[in-house]
Design a protein around this ligand. Structure first.
Ligand SMILES: Nc1nc2c(ncn2[C@@H]2O[C@H](COP(=O)(O)OP(=O)(O)O)[C@@H](O)[C@H]2O)c(=O)[nH]1
Ligand SMILES: [Mg+2]
Length: 286
């Protein structure tokens, strides 16, 4: 499935590029989407970065379910990673990244100081799948608009180190890796949040996935956004989609209602949500 964006050749090239860059850094900032922390991780990152210290940055915290974000941060910490939730778009909690990096690299810094280096630099780079906010994190950390955000391809230029603080430097281009294509469910989550191109799945399928998830986990958000009753939420998801299509003025064009639902969710009109929970991810590879 999903053979559209990433061919084996692309993957090998992306991997090689990232591996080259990794050699130059002390610390990896793995940026993930807080709404889909596991699905938005690259499946091969562990293997690619090996023993290098890593900080998992759950970005887009402003869009995610706060209670679940806390659970996810704890989950990654329990796995031995440094982890932090931020909102790069609105520059929330970003300064904790250099602080945490200094703590994480304390031993290495002490060793360098012992060798006579007065202000040892921590060199880091952002890595992640497309659209998780790598460029936004980078720009905010270095207080410059250096990385191209959104869907425009980056401009190739000589690589530079950018200063984020007195002892923290970042590589000017993030490492881009492919998303997890392990299961249909993971694909749905990535499509629903916009991490993978809308063309990959039919919107009615993705919309129905989202509606089903919200009916089960965030029914109040649906009630509020579309003026629904408790009885409406007892219906089968497909029947509710049919009803919404009518009441929202789309007649029988279910696709358009599905598209609207996806749009509303991405815009935050359905409130903050997270599509996966720690502890449930093992069941996701069916
Ligand atoms: N709401 C919200 N949007 C964000 C955040 N960080 C990035 N974005 C948006 O997500 C989209 C992708 O960001 P970008 O930095 O280009 O992602 P990249 O492909 O990983 O470099 C852009 O529209 C950003 O404005 C965040 O913390 N919160
Ligand atoms: Mg980018």
């Amino acid at each position: 499935m999903l053979a559209i964006q990433w061919f084996p050749g692309h993957m090998a090239k992306a991997r090689k590029q990232v591996q080259e860059k990794i050699k130059q850094v002390d610390l990896i900032l793995e940026v993930v989407d807080a709404r889909t922390p596991e699905s938005s991780r690259n499946p091969m990152l562990d293997e690619i970065i090996g023993e290098k210290p890593r900080m998992v940055i759950l970005n887009k915290q402003d869009l995610a379910d706060p209670a679940l974000t806390r659970e996810w941060v704890q989950y990654y910490q329990d796995q031995g990673f440094a982890a932090i939730a931020i909102d790069a778009q609105h520059a929330k909690r970003l300064q904790q990244i250099p602080q945490l990096a200094t703590k994480l690299m304390a031993e290495k810094i002490a060793r360098k100081k012992a060798r006579g280096i007065r202000n040892p630099m921590i060199k880091a780079m952002c890595i992640g799948i497309p659209n998780v906010g790598k460029s936004t994190v980078l720009n905010r950390l270095v207080h410059r608009n250096i990385a191209v955000t959104g869907n425009k391809p980056g401009v190739t230029k000589n690589q530079q180190w950018l200063k984020a603080s007195d002892n923290f430097q970042l590589l000017d281009t993030p490492g881009i890796l492919w998303p997890k294509f392990a299961s249909q469910k993971i694909g749905m989550r990535l499509a629903f949040t916009g991490a993978i191109a809308d063309a990959v799945f039919q919107e009615d399928v993705v919309g129905l996935y989202g509606l089903t998830y919200f009916m089960a986990h965030y029914p109040d958000a649906l009630k509020k956004a579309y003026h629904l009753t408790d009885a409406d939420l007892q219906a089968a998801p497909h029947d509710l989609l049919v009803k919404l299509t009518k009441t929202q003025g789309f007649g029988e064009e279910f696709n358009r209602m599905a598209e609207r639902l996806i749009f509303d969710a991405r815009q935050g009109k359905l409130g903050r949500f997270t599509l996966e929970k720690p502890g449930e991810i093992d069941a996701d590879t069916e």
